[in-house]
Design a protein around this ligand. Structure first.
Ligand code: ADP
Ligand code: MG
Length: 145
């Protein structure tokens, strides 16, 4: 049975702190799949995650490059944003498997778009807006850790 954890945040800073906690506890080979609509906070979570790994470089959304890697933390971080992928063969071309099955930690924004090629084991982080609770309110569901 996969464990599920649910968080509610009211600000980007709170989402960042949850990301940081997961970054602090990440192990080599871990894969985190971030799902949720545009502007929901996937990159905010990622920035916190990177901080938790000790990454000092500025982390931005790699929307135009698919992959940005950071080597200066405790474990290498491979940050994917697959929003613009049209075919999963594009992922093979950038060597997706070598990263995902490598010794770094992979974090994949929009992972739902490449469901077919995801590894068997990963942690899903689903972020949703909660309009009933306010503009900055987010529900973060973590499945698998
Ligand atoms: P995504 O990567 O999912 O497209 P971003 O992380 O780039 O989204 O942007 C999320 C936006 O939402 C930021 O402008 C951030 O300041 C804002 N925001 C407001 N409330 C929250 C919250 N609770 N958690 C995360 N981001 C929030
Ligand atoms: Mg993003």
């Amino acid at each position: 049975m996969k464990e599920t954890k649910i968080y509610e945040t009211e600000s980007p800073e709170e989402t960042f702190e949850i990301g940081r906690k997961y970054g602090e506890n990440a192990s080599p080979g871990d894969v985190f799949c971030l799902n949720g609509d545009l502007g929901v906070g996937k990159t905010v979570f990622t920035k916190g995650f990177a901080a938790g790994l000790g990454v000092k470089d500025v982390v931005n959304s790699p929307t135009f490059t698919i992959l940005q890697s950071y080597e200066d933390g405790r474990i290498p971080l491979y940050h994917f944003d697959v929003y613009r992928i049209e075919d999963t063969s594009e992922m093979e071309e950038i060597g997706f498997d070598e990263f995902v099955y490598g010794d770094g930690v992979s974090l994949i924004e929009w992972a739902q778009l490449i469901r077919d090629i995801l590894p068997e084991h990963y942690t899903e982080v689903k972020i949703e807006k909660d309009p009933a609770k306010g503009f900055d309110s987010r529900k973060i569901t973590v499945i698998g850790v």
